[in-house]
Design a protein around this ligand. Sequence first.
Ligand code: 0O2
Length: 203
Amino acid sequence: MDIYGKYAPNLPLILNDVLTQIKAINEQHVQAGGAKLYEHLNGRVKTNDSMIEKCQRKQLPVTTESALRKNHDAIGIRIVSNFIDDVYKNVELLKKADWCDVVKEKDYIANAKPNGYRSYHLILMVTTPYEDYDGHRPGKYYVEIQLRTIAMDTWASLEHEMKYKHTVKNAAIISRELKHCADDLASCDVTMQTIRQLINRPD
Ligand code: 0O2
């Protein structure tokens, strides 16, 4: 089955439109004399199998409604920045954008998860030219945005790898080391931010 049903072809188009909008916000910022606010951008439509697995994990019925309305990450974008301030600036600019509304946000940078995970999560409601699950056109679709520094991103990829390898030996030791590593990286992110401010301080 295709959990996204007849809406499946819309999802990559919406992903592409939102990526274009995010790039445009950044180009405007750079043209206005600001620094580039991200190092790279990734986007993906959650695969059919991953979305089915997520519905089952969350004990939701495996339906198009669950995929597009109860879950909010069928379309996901990651904005990876060099510095913590850039993450927050991207959040500020997205909140001001007229093509989306922020409907949920979680600051796992100020409030890291107990395992050390850091990232800023936004759920956007985006108005699109396509019909949505409620039959409206222009249609509304959720888009999840994860914003983080390169250090946070590297850490999250490694931790994600461990989470999905169920046969890992010494999982408790690895989790403890990962937590230390997350805290060290967070400290480096703060130091790098401070160094940048010192370099850019007016004479
Ligand atoms: P995957 O495999 O990346 O798709 P949600 O579960 O999304 O409906 P919730 O509970 O509010 O909503 O989730 P949260 O905390 O905002 O996290 C959403 C996503 O952030 C996760 O999606 C992960 O991609 C990422 N994430 C959250 N916590 C961690 C963590 O501890 N480690 C890592 N590596 N990533 C994390 P999925 O669908 O759970 O996973």
